[in-house]
Write a protein that binds this ligand. Structure first.
Ligand SMILES: Cc1cc2nc3c(=O)[nH]c(=O)nc-3n(C[C@H](O)[C@H](O)[C@H](O)COP(=O)(O)O)c2cc1C
Length: 338
């Protein structure tokens, strides 16, 4: 397998990329995933219209730091003119790639005609893409789509062909319809059909939670790159695991001590990088803390406690207690079997 792919001149490792996730994959999250080998990161989605009206959050959302590169900035919108204007503004932040969101299922976005609503209007999707490509100059424009709007109107192939003709440098395909939101499972057949229909790189997305499901995505779709969303919750290590599997290397998952150390590093990054007071930053870190503890003995009980964290030092105490619980359980188990 070739170890790199190229999107409009941007070279990416052919391992796994981090999916854009609003409210989750912020700067600290992206940095952490890059540290563990994510091939590429994407910003949280940003409103094209919001940027044009100089939304205060623009700089925070669009800034690209060196540690996050290669990184895309993702825009959503339903009007070609606003999209073109927004692209020009985003170029000031020097992103490696500009991505357009045509997959978001939430009513707030869909009701404005943006996100996955564009799956129902291929000509407009193409027009938006063309406007963005023209405005972006040398910076490649990619588009993230779903398999379709409903099970009866799966049109990812038609959509991808139109986007390719409009100058898109790659497409990301999340193998679910808008109707499914995040339920059911991703349809790898649709991703394969898109891969067979276009010449630009196709990035496969949906339900990759470990190296096994990643290899399956590569094998069954022939995609050029895999993108991981929820599988990275509290688990930036997934990128390291995938890289090892693709290289045929043995992989040892991190110990609970290592996980807690990384969790604290992640929380510290959130409190340090945020302009908000520590208590507010910790509020946002609570879900991440709970995710890092997922799958372990007693994690359900600890989840409740994570959701009450109000300072970094409390997180440290909780991590210590969590490690003690896991170790005492292990000793008990060894005692039981010896
Ligand atoms: C909390 C959350 C926020 C998301 N935000 C975005 C977003 O801003 N832009 C986007 O294109 N997709 C967004 N998505 C969709 C993901 O990028 C991805 O397509 C989806 O989660 C399926 O991949 P997965 O099964 O690996 O999670 C979001 C998903 C989640 C769960």
């Amino acid at each position: 397998m070739n170890n790199n792919i190229t999107i409009g001149g941007v070279v990416l490792k052919k391992t796994a990329a981090l999916a854009p996730m609003a409210g989750v994959a912020d700067r600290s999250y992206r940095l952490m995933c890059r540290k563990y080998g994510a091939a590429y990161t994407v910003s949280e989605m940003v409103s094209a219209k919001g940027i044009c009206y100089s939304d205060k959050k623009t700089a925070e959302l669009c800034t690209v730091t060196e540690g996050e590169r290669p990184m895309g900035v993702q825009l959503f919108g339903s009007e070609p003119d606003f999209m073109a204007e927004a692209v020009k503004i985003v170029l000031d932040y020097d992103p490696d790639i500009i991505d357009i969101n045509m997959g978001c299922p939430v009513p707030k976005v869909v009701n404005t005609g943006a996100g996955s609503s564009l799956m129902r209007d291929v000509p407009l999707a193409a027009e938006i893409t063309e406007a963005a490509v023209k405005a972006a100059g040398n910076v490649p424009v990619t588009v993230k789509i779903r398999s379709g709007w409903t099970a009866d109107s799966v049109n990812a192939v038609e959509m991808a062909r139109a986007l390719e003709s409009s100058g898109a440098a790659a497409v990301v395909v999340h193998g679910r319809t808008r109707d499914q939101f995040y339920s059911g499972s991703a349809d790898l057949g649709v991703i394969r059909a898109v891969k067979n229909a276009v010449n630009i790189p196709v990035i496969g997305n949906g339900d990759v939670t470990d190296s096994e499901s990643c290899l399956k995505m590569y094998r069954e779709t022939g995609c050029d790159l895999v993108m991981v969303g929820r599988g990275s919750y509290g688990n930036p290590f997934i990128f390291e695991e995938i890289e090892a599997a693709l290289a045929g290397r043995e992989y040892t998952p991190p110990s609970v001590e290592e996980r807690m150390r990384v969790m604290l590093e992640h929380i510290r990054m959130m409190t340090d990088s945020s302009a908000k007071p520590e208590e507010l930053a910790i509020h946002e870190a609570r879900k991440h803390a709970a995710w890092y503890m997922n799958g372990y003995y007693g994690s359900a009980k600890f989840r409740g406690r994570c959701y009450q964290l109000s300072s970094y030092s409390e997180a440290e105490e909780l991590a210590e207690e969590f490690i003690e619980l896991q170790n005492s359980r292990m000793h008990k188990k060894i005692g039981e079997t010896s």
